[in-house]
Write a new protein. Structure first.
Length: 131
């Protein structure tokens, strides 16, 4: 087990978990907070490459909706989805609220803050943030 390392700062989002991820804010096209990953079309279903142990997932995965996503996850209940340069990233750290709040300081996050209902309506397709 290796803890996920995700950094959000003025330049963008970076992670060294399962290979280097570097997403500058200028490349972010859409973001969304998913409050119920199990009912979401972004739920990971099969590993393309990486590690999956319980809810811990690091690597590239296929989603229940047929997309391919780079995943850095410590829990499987909620996620922050980021689309950048045509690629989908799924971040699900244990500190998801803190991470999403920090991201929302730089780009709009659809579905954030959560309204209290568990739904799949907060998806990257439903927001078009302008970095």
């Amino acid at each position: 087990y290796r803890p996920s390392n995700i950094t959000v700062n003025a330049k963008g989002i970076t992670s060294n978990s399962g290979g280097k991820i570097s997403i500058p804010w200028s490349e972010v096209t859409k973001t969304g907070y998913i409050s119920n990953m199990q009912a979401s079309r972004y739920r990971t279903t099969s590993k393309i490459g990486g590690v999956a142990f319980g809810d811990y997932r690091i690597g590239t995965f296929r989603t229940s909706g047929g997309s391919t996503a780079r995943v850095v996850a410590q829990q499987g209940k909620t996620a922050l989805l980021v689309e950048a340069t045509g690629k989908l990233y799924e971040f699900s750290p244990n500190q998801i609220s803190e991470m999403t709040s920090e991201v929302a300081k730089h780009v709009p996050v659809s579905g954030w803050p959560p309204s209290g209902r568990l739904s799949d309506q907060a998806s990257p397709e439903s927001s078009s943030p302008t970095p």
